[in-house]
Structures are given as C-alpha cells and as structure tokens.
Design a binder for this molecule. Structure first.
Ligand code: GLP
Length: 263
C-alpha cells in the first residue's frame, strides 16, 4: 500500500487529480478507461481540479467510462441529495467531453434492487473491469456504503445504513437523521478489490481513527476499508490532519518513501 501524505486538503486533491489524469492520458487501446467514482465532500476538490484540467485541454474524458460507488435507495435523480444529482452538479455537467452514455450510477428508484445490482456487476464486467477506483471513506471506515461487518468479499447489493452514518450524513438532510434514507445500493468490497487500482482519499481530523485502522490496523470487517491492505495496487492519499492517530514512525516512513512524489 502507498500512503501519500500531503500538507493539506488542496494539495491532496491536486495530487489525486494529477494521478488520475495521468492514468487516463497513459491509457491506450480500443477499450475505454473505466474509472470508479465516489460522492461525499472528500472528492469535491479532486473533481474541481479534473474539471479545470479538462477545460484546459489537459485531460479528455471522451474515452472514459465512469462507474459510481453507490446511491441512496428511494431518492429520485432530481432530489438534490441523490448521488445522481451530486455527480452531475459537481462533476459531469462541467466536463466538455463526457459522454452521458458512459456514465453509470446505480438506480435508487428501481423496483428491483437485487436485479439492478446484478446488472451493475454485469455492466462492469462487460467493460472488462474497473481500471482505477477512486473512493472516500466514512468516519467508521466504510468504503462506498459497506458499513462495518459487511463481508470483505461482498458484491454490489442493498445495504442498511448504520445509525452513525445516518447521523453523519444528516448534515445534508436538515440535520435530521430520520430524513437520511435507511438503505442504499452500493458496490461491494469485492467489487472495489477487483479493480486494477484503488485510490482512496482520507482527509480531516475526523478521519484520523479510520486512517490508522486502514494503514496500521488488522484486516477486519470492522473497518471495511482495511481490506485494501490485501490489494496489490492501493493508494491512500491523505492530508496531515488525518494523520493524528498513526504513529510517528509510520508517518515518517511514508513521508520518506514518497519524498519525490510530493508536489
Ligand atoms: C458517504 C458515501 C461514501 C463516502 C462517505 C464519506 O457515506 N456513501 O461513499 O465515502 O460518505 O463522505 P465525506 O467525504 O463527505 O466524508
């Protein structure tokens, strides 16, 4: 696992965006580049950077297929807290050459959730898998909506949200946890682990425990993101604020081996 520590949130986002754009630009062949994407506040700065690069002609999305991680069950596209709305409003609508038919987001209004999740996995397989999955994590270490104790082999499916997650996400629902949908559709940990590369953003003091669990803890379904320790090409991009719970030795180790990568 690589852990790329940047001084602050902005630098973390610049690093991650440059990394993603580099991968897209280096991609060749008939197959599109398949990019997994998250929602949440963590990736907003990365999306802003990628939009700027796209509009400046530094990266093209014309041969990119996107696969989003998750979606609330029961929220229509036009609901301003649906992940469909978030992704279009924050990212897709600002790109000059993203093809709408290349955007994949789980349909939270489906009347056949299990079938929708099965079709999603089939769609991913039809592209030949995911090249790079960018993710964020919750304060309880959830990756996508794979809450604590979700199987580390899980595939795309219906997830019950924990009380903790509904409380944390209630900041977008008038601070009322009851207004946060109780269920979501989400790619599984196994789905993310099948990606060729995974890049997870972890920033802010409130993610310090989670970062320590991912980097220094045991692989455990208690912190589902800790499965990344078993991935061959996983990168954590983080800011210093998120490093408060890792040991000084760990912090120095990763700064040392990543020295040449700092912006
Ligand atoms: C939600 C999403 C996750 C996201 C997490 C963290 O629960 N389902 O995919 O990673 O929020 O969000 P934030 O980046 O706002 O902390």
């Amino acid at each position: 696992m690589r852990v790329v520590i940047q001084e602050n949130y902005n630098n973390m986002c610049k690093w991650a965006a440059a990394y993603i754009a580099g991968k897209i630009n280096a991609h060749s062949g008939d197959r599109p580049f398949v990019l997994g994407l998250p929602t949440g506040s963590s990736p907003i700065g990365v999306y802003r950077e990628l939009i700027d690069m796209n509009r400046a002609g530094k990266v093209s999305f014309s041969n990119v297929v996107t696969v989003n991680m998750d979606e609330y069950l029961g929220l229509p596209h036009e609901h301003d807290q649906s992940y469909w709305y978030f992704m279009h409003d924050t990212f897709f609508d600002h790109l000059v050459d993203m093809k709408p038919e290349n955007i994949n987001i789980l349909n939270g209004m489906t009347d056949d959730p299990e079938g929708e999740c099965r079709r999603y996995e089939e769609k991913i397989a039809s592209y030949g898998g995911i090249d790079l999955f960018m993710g964020g994590i919750g304060v309880d270490g959830h990756l996508a909506f794979n809450e604590p104790f979700t199987s580390l082999n899980s595939r795309t499916g219906v997830r019950d949200l924990t009380t903790d997650t509904r409380i944390v996400n209630s900041r977008f629902f008038g601070n009322d946890p009851e207004k946060v949908p109780a269920q979501a559709l989400s790619v599984g940990i196994g789905t993310v682990m099948d990606s060729k590369e995974v890049l997870v953003l972890i920033n802010g003091h409130n993610k310090a425990r989670a970062l320590a669990a991912v980097v220094e803890g045991n692989v455990s379904h208690r912190w589902t993101c800790s499965a990344l320790q078993m991935h061959n090409a996983a990168i954590i991009a983080c800011d210093e604020a998120a490093c408060g719970e890792i040991t000084v030795d760990t912090y120095k180790y990763f700064l040392d081996i990543e020295r040449n990568e700092r912006l």
